[in-house]
Write a protein that binds this ligand. Structure first.
Ligand code: SF4
Length: 476
C-alpha cells in the first residue's frame, strides 16, 4: 500500500488556501506501480500528458509534432508503461484544475522516485503561474517551463525548434476532427480570470499560417475544425488593426475537405456581427456558437468587468438568433462571484429560463490571487456557490430535455465519432466534441455495422433525454 510522503502535504497548504482533497486519488496509484518496469538505456521514449482545456491539447500537439519532427519516439497520453521521459502539460485555471495538475505531478514524482521514469518535465499554465514556488516545493521535477517556453523544453531533448514544421500538425484527437488555436493570450480585464496571468496579452496567429495548417489538416483527413482562443472574436485586432474573424472564417471555409468549421470562445462585448453573415452564408460553417457570458445581472457584469449589461446581452442573443435561425448556442456562467446577492442570482435563473441555451456549463467562483476579484471579499460560501450552480444546471436540464425532445422524428446529418458499447456515437453540427450532446445510434441494423467513425450519415432521431439523442441510420 503506497503511503503518501508527508513532505508533499505542505504543497497543499502553501497553494494559497485552495481547498484540496487528495489522499483518495492516490490510493489506487499502488496498482499502477506494480506493472511498471525499470527503464533500460538507449533511445528516449517520451509520454506527453495533457490536462485542462482544448487549447492545452493544441500546445501538446505542437510539442508532439516538434519531437516527432526531431525523430524522438513520443506519444500522447500513452497507456503503455515504457516511457522514460514524461512531460506534463498542466492547467492552472481554478482550484479543481490546479488540484488535478498537482495530483498528476505527484503521481509521476513517485514513479521517478521508484526508478520507473528517468526525467519529469512540467509545462503549461500551473507551471507558468507558480514556477518558482513549485521548483522549491517539488524538487524531483527535473525542469519547469512556462507557456511560451517550448524551445527551452525542446533543448532538454537536445533538439531545436523546427520552423519548417509550423504547417505540420500531429493531432491527438480522432482523425476526423481537430482543434485550431487562432490566437494566444487575452487583453480582456475580466475580474475573476487568471488566464491573462498565464497566457499573456492577446497575440493573433497570422492568417496565412492558419490557412496552411487547416489545409494540411484537411489533406490528412480532418473534416471538422474547431476554432479556439481565449477570445476568438478579438482575432486580428493586434495583427491587422481590425477584427478579422469573419475574414478568417471565409478563407477557412474555402479550404477543400473541411465540412464543418466550429466557432468557440466568442466574447459578447464588441461581438463582430459580420461573423453571423459568414455563418449563415457558408454551408460548411456550423450554425453553432460558444459564447461564455459568465453572468446576467447588470450589477454583477459590472463587478466582473465584462463591459456589458443584461439588456445588451439579450439584444445580442436576439440578433444572433434573428440572423442565424436554428443556431445552437452554448454558454458558460459563474456562480458565487464576490458581491453576488440572492437577487443577482435570481436574475441569472430568470435569464437562463428565458434565453433557453442549447448547452450551458457552470463554474463556481474560484478566488484566484493576482486577479482583480482577489481584492474583493470572497463573501459567498462554497456551499452556496455550489447550490446556485446546481440550481442552474437543474433548470438547464429541463430546458435541454425540451429542446432535445423536439428533435425526435427529424432526420439529421451526423458525424460519427466512435463505437461504444456496440453503438455508434456521433454528433450533429449543433454538438461540439467532448462538451455537448451526442447522437447514439443503436446497433441493430446491418447498415450500422458498416458505418465507421469519421463518416457523415443521415440519422432519424427516435428518442431523446436531457443529455443525448438516439437514432437509427437512414443512409450513408
Ligand atoms: S475573455 Fe475574460 S474570461 Fe476569457 S480568458 Fe480573457 S480575461 Fe479570461
Amino acid at each position: 500500500m503506497l503511503i503518501f510522503p508527508k513532505q508533499y502535504l505542505w504543497i497543499l497548504i502553501f497553494m494559497n488556501g485552495c481547498r484540496w482533497q487528495l489522499a483518495a486519488d492516490l490510493v489506487n496509484f499502488g496498482g499502477w506501480l506494480k506493472n511498471m518496469n525499470t527503464k533500460g538505456q538507449g533511445k528516449n521514449n517520451v509520454n506527453i500528458v495533457t490536462l485542462g482545456c482544448a487549447k492545452n491539447i493544441v500546445d501538446s500537439e505542437i510539442l508532439l509534432t516538434q519531437l516527432k519532427g526531431n525523430n524522438e519516439d513520443v506519444r500522447h497520453e500513452s497507456q503503455k508503461d515504457d516511457a522514460n521521459i514524461v512531460v506534463i502539460n498542466t492547467c492552472g485555471f481554478i482550484d479543481s484544475a490546479k488540484q488535478e495538475s498537482i495530483d498528476t505531478i505527484l503521481r509521476y514524482v513517485d514513479a521517478k522516485q521508484n526508478g520507473l521514469i528517468e526525467k519529469l518535465y512540467v509545462t503549461g499554465c500551473l507551471s507558468q503561474r507558480y514556477k518558482e514556488d513549485l521548483r522549491k516545493e517539488i524538487p524531483d521535477v527535473d525542469a519547469w517551463f512556462g507557456t511560451n517556453e517550448l524551445p527551452q523544453l525542446l533543448n532538454r531533448f537536445n533538439v531545436d525548434y523546427k520552423h519548417e514544421l509550423v504547417g505540420e500538425w500531429q493531432i491527438t484527437t480522432p482523425r476526423h476532427y481537430a482543434y485550431l488555436k487562432i490566437s494566444e493570450g487575452c487583453d480582456r480585464p475580466c475580474a475573476f480570470c487568471a488566464i491573462p496571468l498565464m497566457r499573456g496579452r492577446h497575440v493573433s496567429k497570422p492568417m496565412d499560417a492558419l490557412i496552411t495548417v487547416a489545409s494540411n489538416l484537411a489533406r490528412s483527413g480532418v473534416k471538422e475544425l474547431l476554432l479556439l482562443a481565449q477570445d476568438t472574436t478579438y482575432y486580428g485586432i493586434d495583427l491587422y488593426g481590425k477584427r478579422s474573424l469573419a475574414e478568417l472564417l471565409r478563407k477557412l471555409s474555402d479550404v477543400e475537405g473541411l465540412e464543418w468549421i466550429r466557432l468557440h470562445y466568442a466574447f459578447p462585448t464588441g461581438f463582430p456581427l459580420e461573423v453571423l453573415d459568414v455563418i449563415s452564408e457558408k454551408d460548411n460553417i456550423c450554425i453553432y456558437l460558444d459564447i461564455p457570458l459568465q453572468h446576467a445581472s447588470t450589477r454583477m457584469l459590472k463587478i466582473m468587468r465584462r463591459g456589458t449589461t443584461r439588456k445588451k446581452t439579450e439584444t445580442l442573443l436576439h440578433t444572433i438568433r434573428d440572423r442565424v435561425p436554428d443556431i445552437a448556442l452554448r454558454t458558460t456562467l459563474i456562480t458565487g462571484h464576490p458581491g453576488e446577492t440572492e437577487e443577482d442570482f435570481e436574475q441569472m435563473m430568470d435569464f437562463v429560463l428565458k434565453s433557453r441555451f442549447d448547452r450551458l456549463g457552470v463554474f463556481t467562483y474560484s478566488h484566484e490571487e493576482n486577479t482583480h476579484a482577489f481584492s474583493l471579499e470572497d463573501n459567498v460560501s462554497e456551499d452556496l456557490k455550489q447550490k446556485r450552480a446546481d440550481d442552474v444546471m437543474e433548470l438547464q436540464q429541463r430546458i435541454s430535455f425540451e429542446i432535445n425532445t423536439s428533435k425526435v422524428g427529424r432526420v439529421m446529418k451526423v458525424l460519427t465519432d466512435r463505437v461504444e458499447a456496440g453503438n455508434l456515437n456521433g454528433r450533429r453540427e449543433f454538438d461540439s466534441p467532448e462538451v455537448d450532446n451526442e447522437v447514439i445510434i443503436e446497433n441493430n441494423q446491418n447498415l450500422n455495422n458498416d458505418a465507421k467513425p469519421g463518416e457523415f450519415i443521415q440519422v432519424k432521431i427516435t428518442d431523446a433525454n436531457e443529455f443525448d439523442l438516439f437514432g437509427k441510420i437512414l443512409s450513408r
